[in-house]
Design a protein around this ligand. Structure first.
Ligand code: CA
Length: 649
């Protein structure tokens, strides 16, 4: 009977159960002994762990052979106190720190045995996650540590480091802007920056994972001490939490820096990656079994989340970042490479800790994946993944133009035909009776079940900054028009029922000197020049004003599809005008009736609006939540050229 019950359990419930098991507890320390475990093939000839006195000394102090302790499982117990030692595993393919090292030496070559409790900053046990009632309550600020604080104008004590986000001046800046979540670009240990040379400026976005479960050393003040990066990362999270700001981690489980030499490959060759059958497929490189590695990431490989160990690795990794580092959310890079089932299991596991922890990702891949397409966590099937969101290229491209051609404009250039895609984004990609899906650019069906599954943005680290993008698609554009279009674009983002997402520095008109893919461009391209604040203060205050408005008014973040369908109604408008009403009263907002009208035409435009006396909140590129003016409306209202008008009564 017991067997029968087991056999009808789904894979999903089995792995949910497994999630409690901790298959990636590779090193269990106590002062008396240390237990080492490794997931490696049972047929491996030998598996050893080498103990070192330092991260760099070449000769190990001990070499211990692991014994089979289960199917594809090897273990050994080393007596004595190994605190402060370093170790590597070797199953015949070469040394590596294992797949789940929680502390590492410089450049992540060896794992370290440290007391994790000693890395907790003072007050860490009282650290509290800032509350939200829906992901739509977030205003996400995506940032790279170096971009944010490396320019001399930042006057940071810790330029390019985790600790920059603990500096009162920087915390104050974020609070003033009003964002309530920072999404940090990859901050786990990645491969491309030489941590042994902090004296040389080096730059990378970090989409080249090395050790998934320890922070990147080059963002710490001392990469040679394994505890420092961990402590400073926690200090960063704590400082953000104290300011009411959540920390969202960019996680890149979909690929590794390379296959050869990766910790996955060195512990269990060809297990963690998807392969295409011999003779099939054109991408990737030749695997050891003669098949080719699939390359859905465009980086030479793709991991196989549907395989039990890879799935379990992702579950345990996410939980580890939440429990050890108090992380509040995850942005899954190329989520479309992972399978739906794994993403849903991760969501379930995270819910057990705190359902308010956000999960969203890129609902696409960068190439064909070696798995049935219907199983992939693509944007189009976001509705099948409750509590998981996806970035909206529909809205992004309708506003500013396609990813594939930086010179091609869209709505901002007063080109008609993009209005319906923008409306779709404003509603959070739900089914809405007033949206004609036949006119939406990329999606022919709604792809969310809830608006909070829609990440609304016009720019991110990928791709050009908004300013560069507008310049590229409007040759010869002057500063005044540039500012008008920049503000208009973000007005959609910050009034969308989805999750608004801003690329750091857009609020001061950051540029990247026109570079599109700046993943390894020098600081001179990627850094935010904060002197821009003095040049474009009105842009900063426009963003700040809209964020303040959103944070104060529930009508802009109803967080529920039925509420949005009932209380967001679109107003019929001329070409290149998008206009809508929000029934604030119905959702408990102090603003009863809100009207937003966005016009990209170079001429004023008029739309029908119910008669009455309104308060003007946004007009002529200015926002004041307390009111700019009063406006008596007789039945129509006129919005100025290339701008947004927001009024309420
Ligand atoms: Ca590193």
């Amino acid at each position: 009977m017991k067997k029968l019950i087991l056999s009808i359990l789904t894979a999903s419930s089995l792995f949910t159960a497994n999630a409690q098991k901790q298959l990636f507890n590779e090193m269990e320390y106590s002062p008396e002994k240390t237990v080492f475990n490794l997931n490696a093939p049972s047929k491996a000839k030998s598996v050893v762990v080498r103990i070192y006195d330092s991260a760099v000394i070449t000769k190990p102090s001990q070499v211990v052979t692991l014994k089979k302790s289960g199917t594809d499982r090897w273990s050994a117990t080393v007596d004595g106190d190994l605190m402060g030692k370093f170790y590597t595993f070797d199953m015949g393919k070469g040394e590596c720190p294992g797949t789940f090292a929680k502390a590492v030496g410089v450049n992540g070559k060896r794992a370290a045995i440290i007391n994790l409790d000693s890395t907790n900053p003072e007050g860490w046990t009282n650290d509290v996650r800032p509350a939200i009632s829906s992901p739509s309550d977030l205003v996400v600020y995506e940032m790279h540590h170096r971009d944010f604080s490396i320019h001399p104008s930042s006057q940071s004590k810790y330029p390019g480091k985790f600790l920059a986000l603990t500096e009162p001046k920087n915390v104050h800046y974020l609070k003033t802007l009003g964002v309530n979540a920072v999404q940090v670009l990859p901050s786990y240990d990645y491969a491309t920056v030489d941590e042994a040379r902090p004296d040389i400026p080096q730059y990378n976005w970090g989409y080249d994972p090395l050790n998934y479960n320890t922070p990147e050393g080059s963002y710490s003040t001392d990469a040679t001490k394994p505890d420092v990066r961990i402590r400073e990362f926690k200090q960063m999270v704590q400082a953000m939490h104290n300011a009411g700001i959540r920390v969202i981690l960019d996680v890149v489980y979909n690929h590794c820096m390379s296959i050869d030499g990766s910790n996955f490959q060195l512990t269990y060759p060809d297990y963690y990656y998807r392969m295409v059958k011999k003779g099939k497929g054109t991408s990737g490189s030749i695997g050891s079994k003669g098949g080719k590695y699939s390359d859905g990431s465009g980086c030479g490989n793709e991991t196989a989340s549907e395989k039990p160990l890879m799935r379990q690795f992702m579950i345990e990794s996410v939980k580890y970042w939440i429990n050890e580092y108090h992380i509040d959310g995850f942005r899954f890079d190329l989520m479309g490479i992972h399978d739906i089932e794994t993403m849903n299991i991760i969501r379930e596991e995270v819910n057990k800790i705190d359902p308010s922890i956000t999960i969203y990702g890129e609902g696409w891949s960068a190439g064909a994946c070696a798995i049935d397409h219907d199983r992939l966590a693509m944007k189009a099937v976001t509705y099948k993944m409750p509590g998981i969101g996806a970035f909206s290229d529909d809205m992004r491209d309708a506003i500013r133009g396609p990813f594939s051609d930086d010179t091609k404009p869209a709505f901002l250039a007063a080109l008609p035909g993009h209005e319906e895609s923008i409306k779709f984004g404003l509603a959070g990609a739900i089914q809405h009776p007033q949206i004609d899906m036949t006119k939406v650019n990329y999606s022919k069906e709604p792809w969310t079940a809830q608006p909070s599954q829609h990440v609304s943005y016009v720019s991110c680290h990928d791709d050009m900054s908004l300013v560069d993008r507008i310049r590229a698609s409007f040759p010869g554009i002057g500063t005044d028009e540039l500012k008008r279009l920049d503000k208009l674009a973000q007005t959609f983002v910050l009034t969308s029922q989805g999750v608004p997402f801003l690329w750091a520095g857009e609020e001061v008109m950051r540029d990247k000197k026109g570079v599109h893919n700046s993943y390894n461009s020098p600081d001179s391209i990627n850094q935010i020049d904060w002197n821009n604040f003095k040049l474009y203060p009105d842009v900063f205050f426009y963003y700040k004003g809209l964020i303040e408005m959103r944070n104060a008014h529930k009508a802009f973040r109803m967080g529920d599809a039925d509420l949005v369908r009932k209380n967001l109604s679109f107003i019929s408008a001329p070409d290149c005008v998008v206009a809508f009403r929000l029934n604030g009263k119905a959702v408990g907002d102090s603003w009863d009736d809100i009207v937003c009208i966005m016009n990209s035409n170079k001429t004023p435009q008029t739309v029908p609006v119910p008669a009455g006396t309104y308060t003007v909140v946004c007009r002529d590129g200015m926002v004041n939540v307390g009111g700019l003016d009063r406006l008596r409306v007789g039945g129509t209202v006129t919005v100025g050229p290339q701008q947004a008008l927001i009024i309420y009564k």
